[in-house]
Design a protein around this ligand. Sequence first.
Ligand SMILES: [Zn+2]
Length: 280
Amino acid sequence: MNDQNRSQKLKELLPMHPPQKYKPIGVCIYCGNTTNLSDEHIIPLGLGGRMELPKASCSVCSEKTSFFEMICLRTMYGPLRQLYGLPSRRKKKLPKKLPLKVKYKSTDDWTEVLVDQVDYPFLLTFPYFSMPNLITGKQTLYRKGAATNKLWIRGASAYENFFDHLQRLTLELQVHSIMPEAKAQVQEFCQLLAKIGHSFAVAELGYGNFKPLLLGLIVDKELSNCANFIGSLDIDEKASRNIHELSIYEDHQRNYIIVRMRFLAILGTPTYHVVVGQKN
Ligand SMILES: [Zn+2]
């Protein structure tokens, strides 16, 4: 099966990750607050993640992290929301119809029609970056803040082959052609990577057992030094057998703690490296 086919029947490929619960933390892992704590999903449920860190986020921080998480899920991972049952949980908040670009005749300009969300042909998107400056020792001048000019993109449809889906929709809408669109919210995506990295490091190493470097990026959207901490391998990678991959390693020379992460790795997505902290 080639990569194209792999990414099409998502339902068969992407079962929900098995649940895993860490020990309760009892303090907000972002600001240190000890009241109004809720459980933190390390990888969002909307991406099929089920690793939980109980009593780990206060209501203020939880609101901030949910904000960028929802932006990423809505714009970049729409079809996954259907797979993981999110629409039924948050039915009221979801837009029921989404604008799709179509042409009625080949000579027409592109115009928009509203399509039911369930029928919306989506492109899954992952930004590529260079490796974090703190790992390579380089200073990139061209990448200030969170930005990229390169994306990993695959056609995605929850329940059928992507191209069958496009063909069916073309017939149903009685149009000549359809242009599925990819959107990448790179700033919010970097915040999400930082959140996943930080919460995973706390889960694995314990709260207070390392010096965190990403709190400003997560809570206050301080993205100006993003390239120092967050990056990826800028290469085409083979699909893995795992849905998600999350692991932690140390840069012994500089005492950095780094989280390696890959979401939907089974589709051949990019691997991210996030410098989350320094050893105490
Ligand atoms: Zn907090």
